[in-house]
Structure formats: C-alpha cells, structure tokens
Design a binder for this molecule. Sequence first.
Ligand code: URA
Length: 432
Amino acid sequence: MRAPELIERKRDGGELSDEEISELILGFTRGDVPDYQMSAWCMAVFFRGLNGRETHALTDAMVRSGDTIDLGAALGRRAVDKHSTGGVGDKTSIAVGPIVAACGVPFGKMSGRGLAHSGGTLDKLESIPGFRVELSIDEFVAQVKDIGIAIVGQTGDLVPADKKLYALRDVTATVDINPLIASSIMSKKIATGADAVVLDVKVGDGAHGKRTLEEGRVLAEQMIDLGRRADREVVCLLTDMDQPLGRAVGNALEVHEARDTVRGDGPEDFAELVLDACARLLALSDLGIDVEEGRRRAEGAVQDGSALEVYERWIRAQGGDPDPSALEQAPVRRPVPAPRDGVVQRVGARAVGLAALELGAGRRTKTDHVDHAVGVLCFAKRGDTVLAGDDLAEVHARDDASAEHCVEAVLAAYEVGDEAPPERGILLDVVE
Ligand code: URA
C-alpha cells in the first residue's frame, strides 16, 4: 500500500477498496502511516466523502485495530450504551449512566475527548479529582458487573485507531463529516460489546457541521445501518443543539450540573433529554418494558435517590471524589449582562463552545492541556425574558484578560429581541 496513492485517489473523488482502507487504518495505528498523511486523507474524505461500503470498511478496520469485548456475554445480560455526536454542554452520559444502572440495567461505555468546539465526556470526568478513565478491560467488565456502570477511555487496546484518528481530526478541521463521525462512534460501540445503543444525534448551530434535521436523519440512518451489520440495535434521538444544552459549558461545571440532574435538580432541557435517553435505553434492555414505563422508572430512580447513590459509588469505583466541592473552581468569575430588556432569541451554541475553548476548556493542538475549572454558565436560554443588566451568563476564567475576552464572545452569542421565539423542545425526532 502506498498512502500517497490512496490520498490522491480519494482527493480526486475515487473509491478505495475494503483492503486498502483496512491497510491504511491498520498502518496508521501501527505508526507506519504518519499523522501528516492521515490528515491529508481525512481532508480528502471531508471533501469527497465515503460511500456506504467504504464507511463500513472503515468502521470494521477501526474495530479490528485492537481488542473487542463481548460485554453481554461477560455479564450474561443485555448491556446498553449511549453516545452523542457531540455538542456544547453535552454532559448527558454522566447523568444517564447512573440512572440507567440504578434501574437495574448494566451500562458500559467508552467515551471520547473534546472535539473541536464540543466537549468530551472523558475530559469532563477527569475534572473529578482522582478519577481514572483508563481501566483495563478486566476492570471495566468487573466494574459493570459489580456496580452496574463504567465509563472509560480507549482503555487498553480497544479501538486504538479511533483514539489516534480522533485526536488528529480534532486539530485538523476534519471532524464535521458524516462517515468519519459514524465510523468513529460505531467502532467504539461495536468494540465494547453493548447489545443496544441510543445515539443522540445533535442538530443545529452547535452540532458538528451545523447539521440540519434532514442531515441528522442521514447520519442516523448511516449509524443504524452500521449497527445492523454488527447485530446491534440502535435508536437515534435527534436533539436540538442550536443553544448549549443545560446551563453549564466547561468540564468541572458540567460534572456539577450532571450530578445536580441525577439528584433531580438539573436544568429543564437537560433533565428532559436525560430522562428521554434513559427511557429509551431501559426499553431496549432486557427488562421487557416500554418507553413510558422506562421513563417512569428513570424518574423514580432520580426521585428516590438511588441514581445519586449509584453515581457516588461509580465515581468512587473509578478512583474519584464524588463530592461536588472537590471540583476545582476557576479563580475569576465575570457576569455577562443583558444589553437590553427583551426575550432571548438565541444563544449561539458554537460561539459559546468556542468561547469556552478559548478559555482553555478544550484543545487547539493535540498536546494542549485542558483547564478543567474554566467555562461558561448560560443562565438565560431561548425564550427567557430578561431585563437590561440581568446576568445572561457567567464566565469562569483563569485570569482577567481571558475572562474579559470571553465575556465579549458570550455576549455576541446572545440575541435579545422583542417577540417570543417559536417554541422548540429538545427532542426533535426519533429514528429507529
Ligand atoms: N463522537 C465521537 O466519538 N466521534 C466523532 O467523530 C464525533 C463525536
């Protein structure tokens, strides 16, 4: 295999065979194909795309790049999993996992890091002092067996190709393309062995590629097809990402909000999405219940405190301190005041995500250090009435200069007008 030939063929709109894609991916994983060639190939894919067969071959090669787990067989149960295509303020897995586990359904998940303007569950979890995202495969399985939940990184040798490719895409502007997103997500889901998966496909300004509802349906179909080929049941929720999810954007701030939601005290849109995802996961599990009963049980686990108990046991099991006061706080806080009386028309998710990235909540290069404490709290959301001078948001920063810069960026993300904007719920559609 000559990598330049494969790059050239894709650049010129040609197709690659299954074997060529496999050799490229396995060569990259071994280090034989360097980052610069892989970046060029990803950029060629960005412009030329991959067809269904090529996307399946890519997913399959990524799964084969490392070990796989048959979680269902190891547990003797049907295991469930969830994943998001990436959004701003998306801490859903951190709240969904313990609620589902508290309802008696094993939840084992491999998560990712921040990607471009969107955060990543692993970075969020690492803001918890002591939390280990690197478990061995045996530890991962044992923990799901013992306490019903584990969320890990590309542990051991699971999908090493995605780990490398994901980090490369993050810093080479090659995130926003369906076949790379679908194969990245589905390779992780297939390799960790859950039988049923709920995928949260983000739609709107803060989604990768600013995808529309129609584009979201196309991505959903691609992932459902990849799941079907691997004998996994996949349900896709298409959800609103025109504004940040919940209030918190930034790693430790989001962990705090996820914990609040697990104990029934989360922001409305985020709590709604969490309960919806839980209901769907429980309906896909071996409990033999439907979505309505799943919703009832998920709400019950939040109200009776069992979800919070599981959350605390889970965080401790992975070495972390579940007490929210243990989370690092940023030294500088600045309000973002409303410029006028009115109704919030929009809170640009991408702009808020980029503002948090600039504060240090994400990476600009592969080796950047993530500042877990910084971020933005968006108090006012679409449709809220505000008075001039009210706090629209609050910036949590490391120093005054970055705080001031961020206040301006967040202010620019808000649009305040006279009329109430059309109502739009968090759940836009379901594809199964
Ligand atoms: N989440 C992933 O795991 N991969 C992507 O490419 C996007 C979101």
